[in-house]
Design a binder for this molecule. Sequence first.
Ligand SMILES: Nc1ncnc2c1ncn2[C@@H]1O[C@H](COP(=O)(O)OP(=O)(O)O)[C@@H](O)[C@H]1O
Ligand SMILES: [Mg+2]
Length: 158
Amino acid sequence: MRNEPQESLISKLAKAPISVNGEIRIPISSDADIVIARQQGRAMAEQLGFSASDMTIIATAISEVARNIINFARRGEMIMSPFQRSPRRGILVVARDQGPGIPDIHLAMQDGYSTGKGLGMGLPGCRRLMDEFEIQSDVGKGTTVVMKKWSPEYDTGP
Ligand SMILES: Nc1ncnc2c1ncn2[C@@H]1O[C@H](COP(=O)(O)OP(=O)(O)O)[C@@H](O)[C@H]1O
Ligand SMILES: [Mg+2]
């Protein structure tokens, strides 16, 4: 028997990520949301047959872009979904915000460049870790990062 009070079903559901057709959307506005995004991404990667090391890579990339949302834009959202382009499949990760945007993307993608207290390895690290990486940003409008990782058993090369 557990002694701590049970969380009500409604409050659990209110916090749960919304999933439609396997897609998960997670609003990002706190450190706890980063943890949720990381866990959900890892679980989705596992379902898609990714190896343990790929699961860690995907979770790491998710953490980095979610952390950037908190640090630089304060809030935003993550969208993760399985995709299939027969016979290959994988995971699509989108991070987007309506924050200040990035004035010089080329600079932001350099190893060690940070306008904050970070190591400046987040974005370039994600580009190396994932199979596909795109970033779009407009100053005053926001930033969108789109990343894909192909599931290995379906990865027949480009
Ligand atoms: N979502 C974002 N909104 C605004 N600026 C961002 C965002 N993500 C990254 N940046 C900018 O790009 C830089 C590099 O990001 P990153 O490689 O993750 O390094 P770090 O987070 O360690 O600073 C950041 O220092 C910041 O200036
Ligand atoms: Mg970062």
